[in-house]
Design a protein around this ligand. Structure first.
Ligand SMILES: NC(=O)c1ccc[n+]([C@@H]2O[C@H](COP(=O)([O-])OP(=O)(O)OC[C@H]3O[C@@H](n4cnc5c(N)ncnc54)[C@H](O)[C@@H]3O)[C@@H](O)[C@H]2O)c1
Length: 335
């Protein structure tokens, strides 16, 4: 296959390695508005650097977009115009209307757009989904979802991120909807600045907690933060009538038990998202190459990304207005 990659930043570097090592990828072309960055990465992985304006007209079979969020809509549009199967990192865009326009365009075109919700490809999340779908959990009562970054992003990233709910918790919202197969009714989100003044300057928070009420009554509690001295902590717990399970509770969980005679965990905490989800990132790209060749269904369609964004947007409004927000207030109901 001839595959193009937009973006040679943090996640682009990882996707480039995955694509370069994939046995079915014969040629990898990399473009970044920072041409030097594209050249350096291309040399490292044995790919070709090319111009961002001409990438989509290079006779490609598929494209991976790992560029800055604000570039996603234009790049997706260019790929759709060229009728190219496309993988795009989350989010499609930060706004509901803009995202909906992309979703409708993709659905009308029949071209594939797979969104980068890699947790769906993580072994633990996959097992949790199996436990729920087979009925092994029984009636779901509640979920607890945690997303704690080890260190805050650069100051310049904060005003472009869309806030902690759209940037960090979007993954929690996606797995909540994906795991339960349900729809959200209401969210009440709070947040505060506990350590990093830069978030306050940009109207954002570094510490978050939210309560989501699903339409069937399932309750989900989220916690998050931009600093965790022990590492990158992403966990999900599901409590049901037949079983209670945890995703992300392993030897590298950045959480120290202080119970006497308990030495858990016995490894050092995950240093960051790449270490925690390396296998999942590789798996989502491998599946995308199959999707691009029509061998399997798109596992992360853009309409599901829109639903996660609606929930994140409701949380953002709730945080700002200090009140519970019903999902029906946020854009179109598409469920
Ligand atoms: N799924 C995940 O867990 C995950 C993790 C990290 C980042 N992301 C997403 O991936 C995207 C990139 O994040 P990052 O952390 O790698 O950012 P980054 O800032 O490290 O890299 C972004 C790169 O895109 C390049 N770029 C900007 N506009 C471009 C364009 N029009 N064409 C080509 N290149 C362009 C920039 O020069 C930069 O090299 C973001 O949308 C982010 O939300 C997802």
């Amino acid at each position: 296959m001839r595959v193009g990659l937009f973006g040679a930043g943090r996640i682009g570097v990882f996707h480039a390695r995955t694509l370069a090592e994939h046995p079915d990828v014969d040629t990898l072309l990399i473009a970044d508005t920072d041409a030097k960055r594209a050249r350096t990465l291309a040399e490292q992985v044995g790919a070709e650097a090319t111009d961002a304006d001409t990438l989509t007209s290079s006779g490609l079979d598929a494209v991976v977009i790992a560029a800055t969020t604000s570039a996603h809509v234009d790049l997706i549009t260019a790929c759709l115009d060229a009728n190219l199967p496309t993988f795009c990192e989350k989010p499609i865009a930060l706004g509901i209307e803009e995202t909906l326009a992309v979703v409708e365009r993709v659905e009308a075109s029949g071209t594939t757009l797979q969104i980068g919700f890699q947790r769906r490809f993580d072994a633990g999340y996959w097992e949790a989904k199996r436990c729920i779908d087979t009925g092994a959990i029984g009636t779901i009562y509640s979920l607890r979802l945690a997303s704690h970054d080890p260190d805050p992003p650069h100051d310049e990233y904060i005003p472009t991120s869309g806030g902690i709910y759209r940037d960090l918790h979007i993954h929690d919202f996606d797995v909540l909807l994906w795991l339960t197969g349900g729809t959200a009714d209401e969210v009440y989100a709070r947040g505060s600045v506990r350590g990093f003044e830069a978030f306050e300057r940009h109207g954002d928070v570094d510490t978050s907690a939210a309560l989501v009420t699903m339409a069937d009554g399932v309750l989900a509690v989220l916690t998050g933060g931009r600093h965790d001295p022990l590492g990158y902590d992403v966990r999900t717990e599901v409590f049901g009538s037949k079983d209670s399970i945890s995703v992300g509770l392993d030897a590298q969980t950045p959480l120290r038990s202080v119970e006497p005679d308990v030495s858990f965990p016995d490894g050092s905490g995950y240093p960051g998202f790449i270490a925690r989800f390396a296998d999942a990132y590789r798996a989502e790209i491998a599946v995308f190459l199959d999707v691009a060749r029509g061998r399997t269904e798109n596992p992360c369609p853009p309409r599901e990304a829109l639903e996660a964004l609606r929930l994140a947007t409701a949380a953002d409004t709730s945080l700002r207005e200090r009140r519970p927000v019903r999902l029906e207030e946020v854009g179109v109901a598409t469920g």
